[in-house]
Design a protein around this ligand. Structure first.
Ligand code: SAH
Length: 257
């Protein structure tokens, strides 16, 4: 992956993956975080330019640490937060999501929209759990099959791109195995992919190709176009699922006396 090109393709857009402010708010509703008394400590992992971070900051009384591997994205987030008067609620941390500096059991919530796939769903939730307080909230959106069966073409494509793609019941089972109690699930509506993600992305393709006249740049755009065309054709079969869960203590089910 050529990260410089990836950053250049995505940094001007309002978000770097499917989602929307409305769906972030819905996940906040499921999380129950609004009823918390006092200032919440939240980490937004793989935040990109901060689409979800800004919604969290305006919706909750919280101190938010926005984490991304790339400071180019975090710099844009800081500028946006400043414009919206949310700068004092958001701190940024350029680091990898698999090497976080938080204290164990220190966070009320960990948020990760369209980013946990970078370390893998199972590995990611198993790793993140230690940083949550008991009862703390994990909220992640993740590639999900919406049906048990699907056409071979799309099955082969996504199984190759992201082998952990699975149905919601399988993902929820993994959450339970890893010591979480699921409190909510919903699939992201199509406009999270089309209007909020693919449309702005696509509108930048020509300018991107004009900035970078390399074979690598055109191959990145070709891959994006393939992904978008497949979504147009097969969107009934897959999308992002939003999973909200709480850290549970004791992984074994309670036994009778
Ligand atoms: N949450 C944002 C961005 C999703 S795109 C949104 O919904 O718009 C995935 C993000 O993960 C990108 O911003 C990318 O820079 C970041 N990322 C990729 N690998 C990472 C890693 N190892 N650690 C932290 N962030 C990572």
């Amino acid at each position: 992956m050529n990260w410089d090109l990836m950053i250049d393709l995505h940094k001007r857009n309002p978000r770097q993956g499917p989602g929307s402010a409305a769906q972030t708010r819905l996940a906040i509703d499921f999380s129950g975080l609004s009823s918390h008394v006092g200032t919440l400590k939240i980490a937004d992992i793989g935040c990109g330019t901060g689409a979800s971070t800004l919604v969290l900051a305006e919706s909750l009384n919280a101190e938010i640490t926005a984490v991304d591997l790339f400071s180019e994205f975090l710099d844009i987030l800081v500028a946006q937060a400043g414009k919206r008067g949310l700068g004092d609620r958001i701190g940024t941390l350029p680091c990898s999501m698999d090497d976080l500096p938080f204290e164990e059991a220190s966070l009320d919530a960990m948020w990760a929209e369209g980013s946990i796939y970078n370390m893998g769903f199972q590995r990611g939730i198993a790793y993140f759990r230690r940083f949550l307080k008991p009862g703390g909230v994990l909220a992640v959106s993740e590639m999900t099959w919406f049906t048990r069966e699907r056409p071979d073409e799309i099955d082969a494509y996504w199984t190759n791109e992201y082998p952990e793609i699975a149905t919601a019941s399988e993902k929820i089972g993994i959450l339970e195995e890893q010591g979480f109690a699921p409190v909510g699930y919903f699939p992201l509506p199509e406009n999270c992919w089309t209007d909020h993600y693919y449309a702005p992305l696509q509108s930048g393709f020509d300018a991107f190709l004009a900035r970078h006249g390399t074979a690598e740049a055109s191959s990145i755009i070709d891959s994006e176009r393939i992904e978008i065309a497949l979504y147009e054709r097969y969107r009934d079969y897959y999308g992002y699922g939003f999973y909200i869960a709480r850290r549970m203590e004791g992984r074994e089910p309670a036994r009778g006396r």
